[in-house]
Design a protein around this ligand. Sequence first.
Ligand SMILES: Cc1ncc(C[n+]2csc(CCOP(=O)(O)OP(=O)(O)O)c2C)c(N)n1
Length: 637
Amino acid sequence: MNGTELLQSINSPQDIKGLTLEELAQLADALRRMIIETVSARGGHLASSLGAVEIVLALHYTFNSPEDKIVWDVGHQSYAHKILTGRRNQFADLRTRHGISGFPNIFESPHDTFGVGHACTAISAALGFAVARDLRGEDNFVISVVGDGAISGGIALEGINHAGHLKKNKFVIILNDNEMSISKNVGAISKYLTRISTKKLYLQLEADVWELLGKIPSLGGKARILAGRIKESIKNLVVPNLLFEELGFRYLGPLDGHDLRELINTFSHLHQVPGPVLVHVITKKGKGYPFAEKDAEKFHGIGSFYKKTGNSRSKSKKEKYSKIFGKTLSAMARDNDRIVAITAAMKEGTGLSCFAEEFPGRFFDVGISEQHAVTFAAGLAREGMIPFVAIYSTFLQRGFDQLIHDVALQKLPVRFILDRAGIVGEDGPTHHGTFDLSYLRLIPGMVLMAPANENELSRMLYTALQIDDTPSAIRFPRGTIEGVPPKDADVPLPVGRGEILREGADGVILAVGTMVNPSLQAAELLAAAGLDMTVLNARFIKPLDEELIKAFVRPGMPLFTVEENIVTGGFGDAVGKLISENELSNQIKVFGIHDHFVPHGTRDELLREEGLVAEEISRRILEKTAPGSHLDQGGGR
Ligand SMILES: Cc1ncc(C[n+]2csc(CCOP(=O)(O)OP(=O)(O)O)c2C)c(N)n1
């Protein structure tokens, strides 16, 4: 059987148990081919998944999933795990609407032990599993697989701290170290890991100790004590400070993460090691696909591409919003040396690469540490610097207390730049930025803006620069710009003022951010159907343009608010409050994402499902304003 045929015969992890090392290696090749095939067609997280293939095989070969719990951190490296755990035939539909998710999902398979998409959660969840196991008197292994990027995040370190204290048996962390986060990994822990990975002598001696243990099992405890002493002295000689050992873990490694024999050998001895264990495994991100090995950052998360050349299939030449942000901030920073930029491991994604290059001394990649990023910025602002903190909408959820306690309570003028706000598409519910209008709006003093196009984004950045007595935030979507000509791009907008885009006598559409253009298009469709609508671009969610709203909304005038955010606590809620407090109208309808988690799929299909495209907006408005309808009767929200 060749590797591909072998893979066709694997329907569950049980099916790989009897394979030889040679067959496992063939399987690794076939898994890589399947992953490359699918991701080149569907897009996805290629480089991390390719790098983890042997780890996946060795884990499923050695342990018994789902009784033994394998907990993935971030989950973007788990494609081979998905294929081996009964989802081979669905894999071609990865990340498509109704296809399987790009991340572990407990509703998809019993082998996906914990849902994930955000980084640094695996150790804490795994520790919960281990404690529950012990309380129930069970005996299974709990193994978390964590990258070197994720292990330096706050929750991961909190988990290690707790695990080192609880000292649970059969609690294993596989540290998958490829020296990369999305970009090159940063930070003191990363440097430390590199230092210990290069201690080849130590590796050799450590292996000898384990061999000694394996060779003379009858000596049991004594051999272990002897080995322990040898190890201790070697450790002190060669690696002066073994961080993980000091924190209560047995440290094993570093191992070659692509050597199946070494991995399986080590994993199968883990039951002999008491207490929590950290196995340090060195892998190559992108392994097996030369383009991804060469440029792991590009192939970390990628849209569809041509397998032969590695080039993107996307023909769009339009710039991305993040690029506009990066370029504008760089231009602003040329005139103002107090401007600093902060990212939490997303230099490229947030568009800050150009800033980092031009102002290396004023650029800070803090690693996957969103909470720290926010409070670090607060400290900078307190000392008179002008920090712009660029964090994807979904990841800033991590920094909620810091936003309130460290920034807003002290009225510190930190500027938050929320990329990927709204529906992001194929990454799905872990990654949609559908909550930020709600979680930012409720913070006292926060100025909250959403541009309808790139020109407004630029103007809002200049506006944020001027707001120096309170925090501010700008949220904008994933993807490409509208393509409007620049006009007054460096002129700040009046804070809390919206704009009139169209005037009509039959009703008002008050839209914000990405929903402004579809609302305008909806108004055109409605005009053709005989309904003449006013369209207002709110620009500011907080403070709201009360004057503008009061000028257009009166009893009997139907009002529709449109936002790409969960309706609970969002823009429409704010408008509704204004309307009811001032008794302006009892005819308001809020369009947005209703109270649920949006699934994965393309951004376009999901927006359509949520009713947030022009045709749906106009259809719903027609429905609501039809004679005898709810709003026609003066109905409320
Ligand atoms: C809280 C959070 N911040 C940022 C991200 C975006 N992100 C996804 S993977 C990744 C890098 C992870 O690096 P590492 O843990 O070393 O895994 P690797 O991809 O190198 O295997 C980042 C920053 C995220 N998923 N979650």
